[in-house]
Design a protein around this ligand. Structure first.
Ligand SMILES: CC(C)(COP(=O)(O)OP(=O)(O)OC[C@H]1O[C@@H](n2cnc3c(N)ncnc32)[C@H](O)[C@@H]1OP(=O)(O)O)[C@@H](O)C(=O)NCCC(=O)NCCS
Length: 180
């Protein structure tokens, strides 16, 4: 478990967290202008499929205030060991306090420790760039808005190919800003 501040902690999800994760995901995306409000369903679908390579909760005073999902992706050409990050959710009243950053850093560090090759995200470069996510011509995601499909390799080599997210993400449209 990682301590973010004196009262915020990050840990792997437990079975008792499921309803709270759903609530925090719905709350985080409720006002998001490009959300189709499918993010909580995507997390549930990933869990049901056994496809959460990592599911992290941030909690404060016994309340879940943030969540990050990580799932395996496939890449044409056969490169393995890559994962997607998202949905990434922080409760509106807990935003701007480093909770999202703690979830991302904890997730990237854990994936690396597990031997992953890298992580991808579809999101805002201004936010995810601070964690080392960059766009690259080598890896592409069909339908992604320009510049918003971002890659964080853990090794020097980035494979070439087209990325396919887990089918649970079919609930979303890759053209949506908040796809993962
Ligand atoms: C995006 C989100 C996860 C960030 O979590 P957070 O705990 O508020 O973020 P942190 O406290 O770690 O970081 C805050 C910083 O990120 C910036 N930031 C937050 N959302 C941003 C966005 N969409 N684009 C650019 N910067 C953003 C803030 O301006 C702040 O910048 P500063 O450090 O220069 O002051 C959270 O705002 C959220 O849940 N939003 C709604 C759902 C969403 O958009 N998820 C991401 C989809 S890819």
């Amino acid at each position: 478990m990682q301590t973010v501040s004196s009262d915020v902690h990050v840990r792997t999800e437990a079975p008792a967290d499921v309803a709270a994760i759903r609530a925090v995901t719905e709350d985080a995306f409720r006002e998001h202008p490009h959300s189709r409000q499918t993010e909580a369903q995507i997390v549930d679908a990933l869990r049901s499929a056994g496809a959460l390579s990592l599911s992290l909760v941030a909690h404060r005073g016994g309340r879940v205030v943030g969540h990050a999902a990580f799932a395996p992706i496939s890449i044409t050409g056969g490169a393995t060991g890559w994962h997607s990050m998202g949905p990434l959710s922080v409760a509106p009243d807990a935003q701007g306090a480093g909770v999202g950053a703690a979830l991302v850093w904890h997730g990237l560090r854990t994936l690396r420790q597990l031997g992953a090759a890298g992580c991808v995200v579809l999101g805002e470069p201004a936010y995810h760039g601070r964690f080392g996510f960059r766009s690259t011509p080598a890896l592409r995601l069909e339908g992604a808005p320009p510049g918003c499909f971002l890659v964080r390799p853990f090794e020097r080599l980035i494979p070439m190919g087209t990325v396919r997210f887990h089918p649970a993400f079919d609930l979303a449209d890759p053209g949506d800003w908040t796809f993962p």
